[in-house]
Design a protein around this ligand. Sequence first.
Ligand code: HEC
Ligand code: HEC
Ligand code: HEC
Ligand code: HEC
Ligand code: HEC
Length: 447
Amino acid sequence: MKIKITLFCSFFMFTVLFSQIPPSGEGLKGSKKYDQFEKPEACKSCHTHIYQQWRQAMMSQSYTHHWDEIEYFDLAVPHAEKVPGLKEPVDGCNGCHTPLAYMAGDVTPPRPSANSRANEGVSCDVCHTISGWAGDVPHNFSYISSPGRRKYGAKPGLVSPHHDTEALPLYEQTEYCGNCHNEKNPYGIWVKSTQIEWKEGPYAREDVPCQRCHMPKAWGKNATMAKEDMVAQHLFHGAHDAGKIAGTIELRIHPEEHEIPYDGTAHLQIQLFNAKTGHKFPTGSVEDRIVWLHVTATDANGKEYHLAVDKKGFSGEEYTIASDALGYQDMGIPKGIANFKGVQRDGVPVGDRIFRMPYFDAEGNITIMQWNTKTLGVDYRIGPRETKIETFTWPLPEDIAPGRVVVTAQLNYQKLVKPVADFLGVPEEESEIIPVNSASTYFEVYE
Ligand code: HEC
Ligand code: HEC
Ligand code: HEC
Ligand code: HEC
Ligand code: HEC
């Protein structure tokens, strides 16, 4: 009897304690209703500029964007239909990409063409009703959501006719962003770690949070009836903004000697300095993204030669030098293609240096299916304020013309490796070549 009472009491205590912890992460699923959240259009009349900025940003397209729709509906959902253990993590895509649908328990949500409220993506009311987060490291939609009349922000004492306001220090902290910009997959692998990268880097030590670079402040009004002040611009510009990518890395190139005999060898060195990002470059969807260095030399007759980068000899280096190897065989599972041979791993000129971190599936093949990633390969990305050096050793070709040879280094960026984009039918803009920077030098060839 005594045991029974004790058991009952601890069960009761447990339920009381547990019910007081607001849900976050997977606990959010089905914990709310769509109509507890206001539509972005309800904010537009007063917060006009912020609304229009958000409309342009990827935040408003996090569910409707073509590549998101293709990856979710053509790869992730069919994969989870074949491997039941994947249902929970694949539902979890929505915890970051369409938080309203996830919290309303509307998973799998309707396709974007159905025009449902899932299309609102990361909306004003998703972000401004976040009242905290739970756990040790923010990740996997670990935010706590408290929808209602109160909108949280960073500024104390603001008055609005439409809602109450409350300032929380969280809105100026990187943990706020880390809730969705760090992600651990079903294998326990960090498949997205932008906030963790930031925390380990120089900008954390100098207290420059994400907001300083992605929501920069400018003088103006944050609402039509507000007083002028410094206002956080809702730009969230990143990989989808060619201007944000441009100049991220500064380049310099020089030869060891400016005069080289026609039967000699040119030795060139390139410095790549990451002047702009607060995290590694590339970051975020690292499974998709590549940055590569293409070096060419043009002799006095205008003949162009392609130079291959020198090997450094570190382990896993083969994934950082472009080759015509195949990869991404695991796409065959959701696509229902037996013994799928894969598509080209890199799709950029063979011999170019690639700055990336490859993701591998359980079979050891490179993958873009982050939920299917069992291990990570060598991390050869460029860290915040890091400088990497690449060298090129070029025995001059027999037919080179005497006179000036101009050597040009071009650094490019691609959001999604092209062979994968083409295979899946992702619109061209997702695999377009975005120039990051370039530099050139010269040497003279004498007889
Ligand atoms: C009728 C006009 C109106 C509407 C509609 C409106 N707001 Fe506001 N909001 C204001 C005003 C006014 C302020 C205070 C501005 C100031 O004094 O700087 C404000 C302030 C805010 C702040 C800043 C809070 C802080 O403490 O930093 C947030 C966040 C906010 N609104 C979110 C929203 C969201 C989200 C919506 C739509 C669901 C919305 N607002 C709809 C007028 C409005
Ligand atoms: C990804 C989350 C996110 C989204 C989406 C978002 N905001 Fe914000 N908003 C923030 C954060 C964080 C701040 C505080 C930034 C700071 O002060 O550094 C902020 C600040 C504000 C402010 C105060 C600006 C100032 O500095 O005076 C207003 C008003 C506001 N948001 C309204 C909106 C409206 C309206 C929308 C939708 C059109 C929206 N926000 C979408 C995260 C978000
Ligand atoms: C509720 C989840 C959530 C929160 C909170 C959030 N983000 Fe995002 N963010 C996303 C998603 C999802 C995308 C991807 C949109 C897409 O599908 O391309 C994104 C996209 C972005 C992009 C654009 C990247 C690109 O590829 O162009 C930037 C920049 C960004 N977020 C910065 C921030 C910053 C800074 C904060 C904190 C102030 C923040 N985010 C908070 C979910 C979130
Ligand atoms: C010092 C400025 C700076 C800081 C601080 C910063 N970023 Fe960035 N971020 C950039 C620049 C520049 C780019 C464009 C180059 C790139 O894609 O990495 C970028 C790109 C991004 C992208 C798109 C990356 C991709 O390749 O898809 C995301 C997402 C992002 N940042 C989120 C964040 C988050 C979250 C934080 C805070 C934890 C943060 N950033 C801190 C400058 C910054
Ligand atoms: C923890 C939050 C989170 C989860 C869970 C998540 N994502 Fe994302 N996803 C993001 C963020 C943030 C970005 C933007 C990063 C960047 O720009 O580099 C992103 C980017 C993407 C992109 C690239 C968008 C582009 O245009 O380049 C695709 C596609 C995508 N996610 C699909 C998925 C799928 C499918 C799942 C589930 C298997 C998933 N995501 C789970 C947060 C998340």
